[in-house]
Design a protein around this ligand. Sequence first.
Ligand SMILES: C[S@@+](CC[C@H](N)C(=O)[O-])C[C@H]1O[C@@H](n2cnc3c(N)ncnc32)[C@H](O)[C@@H]1O
Length: 238
Amino acid sequence: MTDLPEEGWLSSDQIARLAAAGARPRPAGAVVEIGSFRGRSAVVLARAAGSVVAIDPHAGSDRGPQEIEADAARGDSDFEVFHANLARFGVADRVRHVRSFSADAHGDVTGPLSLLFVDGAHRFGPAREDLRDWGRRVAPGGVMLVHDSFSSIGVTLALLAECAGSARWRYVGRSRSLAEYERRVDAPTAGERARDVARHLAELPWFARNVAIKVLVVAGRRRWAERLGLDPDARWPY
Ligand SMILES: C[S@@+](CC[C@H](N)C(=O)[O-])C[C@H]1O[C@@H](n2cnc3c(N)ncnc32)[C@H](O)[C@@H]1O
């Protein structure tokens, strides 16, 4: 994909899903991205949806695989490249950047959301807060997309806690680790909730495979990880 920032972790099938969700008719409301990094997903969403609120503190923390601790120089560099990429790819006037942690940014967005893309901190606590506190702002009929689903342990546990079989969300499906949810319009029946739980449980073998791949990568056993399905060109399963 040459007309997008190269850095980032979205694969081409995930870009297609994000773009389709952004372009589809949805209820009125803001399009919000949590976790922008250097702009790859923000450019996709801005082109598809027309305007995006991009929330990222660019503190260098919770940035990528095994990059949890804050690092101001790393964050400032991401901030500069993010804004340069918005200009370079022609969407600077369609993206409003809120340089805050997502939990502190609720006052920067007014009204309901029509689309929420969650790709910020992947640890269980903040990931769960994003799904719960930002998720409840998505209007009925709106969409939520979550990256690193059934791949990151924290994100997956947060999804199981907040979304599986919930009254609020219907699991639509995924492109690799990009999961898509629809905000329910009507209250689900007990049968619909049970089916939604079953659909989440059916993803657990794929989750186990991703965790095993990560363990092997960290242990320096890339060849074995590739035998389990890790893309030889990828550093990590997405
Ligand atoms: C995996 S990257 C996002 C990748 C981006 N969506 C893309 O496609 O290129 C995670 C980003 O989340 C940001 N982040 C970390 N903690 C956050 C938080 N609490 N709220 C919002 N963003 C956060 C990091 O600064 C980092 O840029």
